[in-house]
Ligand binder design. Sequence first.
Ligand SMILES: Nc1ncnc2c1ncn2[C@@H]1O[C@H](COP(=O)(O)OP(=O)(O)O)[C@@H](O)[C@H]1O
Ligand SMILES: [Mg+2]
Length: 244
Amino acid sequence: MPAVVRIVDLVKNYYLESVVVRALRGVSLEVEEGDFVALMGPSGSGKSTLLNVLGCLDRPTQGEYHLGEEDVAHMSDDQLSEIRSRYLGFIFQQYNLLPQYTVVENIEVPLLYQGVTLDDKTREWCIELATMVGLGERLDHRPMQLSGGQQQRVAIARSLVNRPQVILADEPTGNLDSRTSDEIMMMLTRLNLEGKTIIMVTHENDIAEWARRVIRMRDGQIETDVRNDHPKGTIGERGVSTPR
Ligand SMILES: Nc1ncnc2c1ncn2[C@@H]1O[C@H](COP(=O)(O)OP(=O)(O)O)[C@@H](O)[C@H]1O
Ligand SMILES: [Mg+2]
């Protein structure tokens, strides 16, 4: 498989008043199309910083970053936001749904940011996504009326609305109990088996076991990078199994 993400000697510094925080100290990484990567490591090791750079939410201080065919390390803010909506879907620990919007409207939000005109066709696509994540009966519910797991499913549907190649997730199960976490991981596994590349930050071993590759960071560098030939939730290359 070709690499969808290619990072070479990536450095990210944060400049505070009198100190420089060296958050990433020379990270090199290739992620193949269709892979499912868990990024682990202690608090402060640089996971979120790396995910933000990968997500084109922040620029590296030094180093190369290629996303698909694009050389993104030196792009302007406008170019980065265009790349984000073309290639990337985001899932966060806090769901980040808009409370006044319904399920379907929340799924539509990235289209609005992109300047897409909403019509029957986009509406249908968002309903299809809501149905796919099991919320077909709750299209008009607002986030407050949903459980945490349901809210995260809305966020997953929203992350798919631009048909991204890569999904970036920062602690997607961090606020959920273990049963609901498994449901969410099962959904991510299914998307991965359908071809989406997933890069997910987690500090939980139980969650990392769902990934095909586990990268551990320490002090802004990659410490270990290990493949998992038997990720939880998959039977061989094809099916999705129910854990426990
Ligand atoms: N916006 C920021 N300004 C200054 N320092 C930051 C900022 N974001 C993160 N850091 C620092 O960068 C280092 C890596 O942080 P982070 O990437 O959030 O680690 P992790 O997600 O692994 O906990 C930490 O020392 C953190 O304090
Ligand atoms: Mg973090």
